[in-house]
Design a binder for this molecule. Structure first.
Ligand SMILES: [Zn+2]
Length: 324
């Protein structure tokens, strides 16, 4: 008992750094163990005239570092696929300089503490599991639908990585091989049908075809414009969201068959489009799931961690990797 209390005391003296690297912004936060609120939160533009992205990253970590406090580890959320074994970011969308960037080596050399790296959607899933919508669940499928579509899967309280850390690319499942080209270069992936980018592109195509819609008043309608137009009863906008939702729901039915989670957590801006996208998701799920048992106690809910799920997840990763 005494030793447990002692461990608890030592644990609360630990500090962690969490990093979320984005194409436009690098965010770094320092945390004290067991405390949810960051001590410091630093935001820097990823691209600047003065510095390379890695210099900016290093400086932002220094700025967030709690003075004369023992930092136990750094966790990093990468925007693109990573090589888990090598500790490298294979590629980061919008950071072309980072092709096979050895992020773990680079930061361990500089800061002399263990560095842990994972993909941002995986870490968002981990963050939701520990502090968000997934609390208390052991088997989770998390999908984020924004510019692209990402996913993270937790099975029996552990993130699913696969042999190289490339598992759970849930946006890159083939919905229709004759479909449009995906950001990854393949054709007909879910992301090419239902991401914010895909919704905006389809809106543009339909406007070009002369469809009568509120959206033709906007120069370059985004997925958010589509959601707002749907709220006002615009037929094309409703149709676009229904279509995106149908494809999502059909893919989710496959995810249920593969992972059998107790909760599906939906993150990202597009899922905030409300009933116009959530209802088709639910309808497609019940239509395409092969037996009702998959749906019986399934919770379908929106993510709770707002704008910082990757950052929270990076912190959970750093913390859980160094416990004990
Ligand atoms: Zn793809």
């Amino acid at each position: 008992m005494v030793s447990n209390l002692f461990m608890l005391y030592l644990g609360s003296m630990s500090y962690y750094i969490a990093v979320d690297v984005g194409g436009t912004q690098i965010r770094v936060a320092s945390y004290q163990a067991e405390k949810l609120e960051p001590l410091r939160l630093i935001r820097r533009r990823t691209h600047s005239r003065e510095n390379t992205p890695e210099e900016t990253l290093k400086q932002a970590i220094k700025d967030a570092w709690p003075e004369s406090k023992p930092v136990k580890a750094i966790g990093i959320a990468s925007p693109g696929p990573i090589d888990l074994a090598a500790g490298t970011i294979i590629k980061a969308p919008n950071i072309p300089q980072w092709s096979h960037f050895p992020a773990v080596d680079f930061l361990e050399r500089e800061f002399k503490v263990p560095v842990y790296l994972d993909n941002d959607a995986n870490l968002a899933a981990l963050g939701e599991w520990r502090y968000g919508a997934g609390k208390g669940h052991h088997d989770i499928v998390y999908i984020t639908v924004s510019t692209g579509i990402g996913g993270g899967v937790i099975i029996n309280d552990r993130l699913l990585h696969g042999v190289r850390g490339l598992a759970a690319e849930l946006g890159h499942v083939t919905v229709d091989p004759n479909g449009p080209q995906c950001s990854c270069g393949q054709y007909g992936h879910l992301e090419a049908f239902s991401s914010g980018t895909a919704i905006a592109r389809r809106a543009h195509e339909r406007i070009q075809q002369g469809v009568n819609t509120e959206l033709s008043k906007v120069a370059h309608p985004t997925a958010r414009d589509v959601a707002e137009a749907a709220e006002k009863g615009d037929r094309l906008a409703m149709e676009l969201l229904e279509d995106a939702g149908k494809h999502l729901g059909r893919a989710f039915a496959d995810f249920l068959h593969i992972f059998n989670p107790s909760i599906l957590i939906l993150g990202g801006g597009v899922t905030l489009s409300g009933r116009y996208i959530l209802e088709p998701i639910r309808n497609a799920l019940s239509r395409y799931t092969m037996s009702p048992e998959y749906l019986e106690d399934l919770v379908i809910t929106l993510a709770q961690l707002g704008d910082e799920p990757g950052l929270v997840g990076a912190r959970v990763m750093a913390e859980s990797a160094t416990i004990g």
